[in-house]
Design a protein around this ligand. Sequence first.
Ligand code: PLP
Length: 401
Amino acid sequence: MGGKEFLLLLLPEKKIKMRKRIVYFDNAATTSMDFEVIDEMIRIYNDFYGNPSSIHSLGRASRVIIEDSRRLIAELLNVNSDEIYFTSGGTEAVNIAISGFIHANSIKNVITSSIEHPAVLKTLEYLSGKGLINTHFVNVNHNGEIDLEELKKLIMKNMSALVCLMHANNETGVVLPVAEVSAICENCGAFFMSDMVQTTGKYKIDLGSLHVDLAAASAHKFHGPKGIGFLYSRKSGILQPLVFGGKQERALRSGTENIAGIAGMAKAMEVANRDMQKNELRITALKNYCVAQLRKHIPSVTFNAESDKSGLYNLFNVSFSLEEYNDMLVQLLDMEGICVSGGSACSSGAVKYSPVLKAIGADISRPALRIAFSKYNSIDEIDYFINALIDINIKNNPLKK
Ligand code: PLP
């Protein structure tokens, strides 16, 4: 390769280095990986490349890594290790939990809400379309909370139903009173599946003491790798596999295991649990500071689902006035190097409004942002974000109209 071509190869990297700083406030979409997790995964990639199904020493060594990881995750959730099944992430775990359960049991009624993740809603839509289930939607109020009295009535009306309700909502941060819901399900003879993707690694979850039958989690939401998650099933034999083959994961999820992903997820969970209290305190302080700064500098802000004062400690959802901001807010922030999610998603040129904000009756014509922090964020980054918002404000800067 000539010197010129070599220099050209360097150019993109130089450009990246010259770019403005990156401020990442989109930690509900995904998180960056913890260095301890990366180190652990490099160790596994280097030394444990045997197929865990092989009977030779390298295969057996990989098997040990998988089973040790399963044991660690189970211990942190206070459940048995044979109740944990590894999957490719939250979406697959939810799909097996719902479809696998419906296919294996003669359950016809599913109770859910309109604010569930598409992993749940699309699976239910598919099963309903095939005539396998009837889906019943429980009401959600303006604060994004489930109507528990209506839930009880729906369960009583539809005996032995499967209840699918998420532990925390990924857009509003509203947290379900999971102990109360699990008790309702237990008392009324319903099965309970909870999407715990947004809470695993953020809270201590004692699954062993809850009447949760099925739960889903995903490593990339708590500083672990992408493409790995797990399904918890309290009872064995209540799920039918959706993928067939080599009978891995006790024949529930065939396919050679993602050993480094599994070990990385276990390490991420261990680190998250070890530092949980410290992180919660720090991130809560960041959230409170950001909310206060927004109120001070942009008085027209409103917080959806009371996410300024309640819900997940790392997340809030805020709407702005149309006089001050337009639909391009996420893109304008991106130009300043700030990564956030909007309340409306622009897909293939068309603005798509958040079904979650719509379902809770928020004013979806106003530009909205979901701000989600992690342990890697700082006050300095929040100040940078607030200054960018002040600059983007149409009243201050008519050019941004
Ligand atoms: N459930 C919730 C609440 C989520 O936020 C997500 C991810 O965005 C998922 C499920 C899907 O998880 P994964 O990305 O691991 O498939």
